[in-house]
Design a protein around this ligand. Structure first.
Ligand SMILES: Cc1ncc(COP(=O)(O)O)c(C=O)c1O
Length: 470
């Protein structure tokens, strides 16, 4: 039989479908023919739409079909699509100055001061700007290793920190590792531990009687001689930093107990390594606070921000204790577009909009309503095992049986695909591909929440009946 490349199989599927409307079909053909296709949306939807425009929390495809957007550029579009205030700033800044290489502009100076001010940590900070989340995490790791003169990084199972050569090793999402062998950083200086994903605790403990055993387990190993992370008896410590998402996002929007970060901070202080919080996805207001770690009242030594910082324009930042950057010679990090005036102007306007629209308050208020609606949804549908929800950060986990917690990945896949057909775009992920993550713009209203759950309830009930889940 003739061997078909995966993209050709997708192309066949698209062309044989009678549901895909003409402009979407033409776009999918071009995509599969002319690009190296990122297949993310194809793994969730049989018939992904080509999205052409957006406004607020709604997007429209190439044939004019409207959707509620609960993907939001995977947490990039927190202020919503098509904000005219950002558009105006971009136009004005472009006409004034778009980019000036490797030296500050007034917009850039304004932004770094603001970022130092709004990030958690009551200490002197310095900032380095970058373009993507992966860029920024890479710089955070280089910074930690350079300052500590140590190599090892602790990360967590289920973590996503990026997909370049420096970050793929600490990203432990298995689906990413299919394509990377060998992974340089993972060869000898990355150590992973289970995250506080309490619904499926790796240690089979129950929260809260577990007393945060997942952190105690790390402590037990660090206090022994049997890891490459060091030897307390000979005072060897190889750990530069621990990197953690305050809430674990790409693995399914999982919020750990508040004590998790508190205990990790104590561990970092005890063993004297840096704590890096990756706020790239959970930060920028999604949880109702500017940074997710604020819910635990814990400050890291380095905060990494990305995605929504630029409101759709690539921008990321590393905010660290000043002494870490002071240890680096000027020129240690350089990148052509880092800190470009246009991106800084966009980010400054995004921060203004948080103030102008009181977005954190609005997100908290919407979150309260959402909390009630999700709880009702869980109670109405036996296929829902659990959910995490703080502000508009929320993920729902689907199971075949609430007692056994047997994951329901096929149900979740059919659900996400049917939701798309019904006009709701949601992310499928999870440790067992059985969670839906909702990543709407954080400016959604209570009415939007009701619209989302009108579709959710209708479709979930239909599929539960179809699959005899009662
Ligand atoms: C928590 C987290 N860190 C890092 C990244 C990498 O960011 P980027 O895709 O901009 O490189 C992502 C992307 O999804 C993320 O969710």
């Amino acid at each position: 039989m003739e061997k078909k490349f995966p993209y050709q199989q997708l192309l066949d599927r698209v062309n044989q479908s009678s549901n895909i409307t003409p402009n979407n079909k033409a776009g999918l053909n071009d995509f599969l023919t002319y690009e190296h296709p990122g297949d993310v949306l194809f793994t969730k939807w049989t018939e992904p739409p080509i999205i052409e425009r957006g406004k607020g929390a709604r997007v429209w495809d190439a044939d004019g079909r409207e959707y509620i957007d609960c993907i939001g550029g995977f947490s990039s579009m927190n202020i919503g699509h098509g904000d005219e205030r950002v558009a105006k700033v971009l136009y004005d800044q472009y006409m004034k100055l778009s980019h000036w290489f490797d030296f500050p502009t007034p917009e850039r100076l304004k932004l770094v001061k603001r970022l130092a001010e709004i990030t958690p940590g009551d200490y002197k900070k310095k900032v380095r700007l970058a373009l993507s989340g992966s860029d920024a995490i890479e710089i955070a790791i280089r910074t930690a290793r350079n300052y500590s003169k140590k190599t090892h990084i602790i990360s967590f199972y289920g973590a996503y920190h990026g997909q370049n050569i420096a970050t793929i090793g600490i990203t432990s999402a298995g689906s990413m590792h299919r394509w990377y062998n060998p992974i340089p950083a993972a060869d000898h200086c990355i150590e992973r531990f289970p995250y506080a994903y309490c619904y499926r605790c790796a240690y089979d403990k129950e929260y809260p009687s577990c007393n945060m055993y997942c952190v105690k387990a790390i402590d037990k190993l660090l206090s022994s001689t049997q890891t490459s992370l060091g030897n307390p008896y000979t005072k060897v410590n190889n750990i530069a930093a621990m990197i953690v998402e305050p809430m674990q996002s790409s693995s399914g929007y999982i919020a750990p107990p508040k004590e998790f970060l508190v205990e990790l901070r104590k561990l970092a202080d005890k063993y004297k390594f840096m704590l890096i919080f990756d706020e790239i996805q959970a930060g920028m207001g999604r949880t109702g606070k500017m940074f997710a770690a604020e819910h635990s009242e814990v400050a890291p030594d380095i905060t990494v921000i990305g995605k929504a910082l630029g409101g759709g324009i690539p921008m990321s930042a590393i905010v660290a204790r000043a002494e870490y950057f002071d240890e680096m010679a000027p020129g240690y990090i350089v990148s052509t577009y880092a800190g470009y005036a246009l991106g800084c102007a966009a980010a400054n306007k995004v921060l203004d909009i948080f103030e102008e629209d009181d977005l954190l308050k609005q997100c908290t208020e919407t979150g309260k309503h959402l909390g009630k609606v999700v709880e009702d949804y869980k109670n109405a549908h036996p296929v829902v095992g659990t959910y995490s929800q703080i502000g508009v950060y929320f993920g729902i986990e689907y199971v075949l049986d609430r007692e056994t917690k047997e994951p329901a990945p096929a149900f979740a896949l059919e659900l996400v695909d049917t939701l798309r057909a019904e006009g709701l775009l949601v992310q499928l992920n999870g440790y067992h591909n059985n969670r839906l993550s909702f990543v709407p713009p954080i400016m959604i209203t209570k009415a939007d929440v009701d619209d989302i759950f009108a579709i959710m309830n209708r479709v979930t009930e239909k599929l539960e009946k179809k699959h005899d889940i009662i």
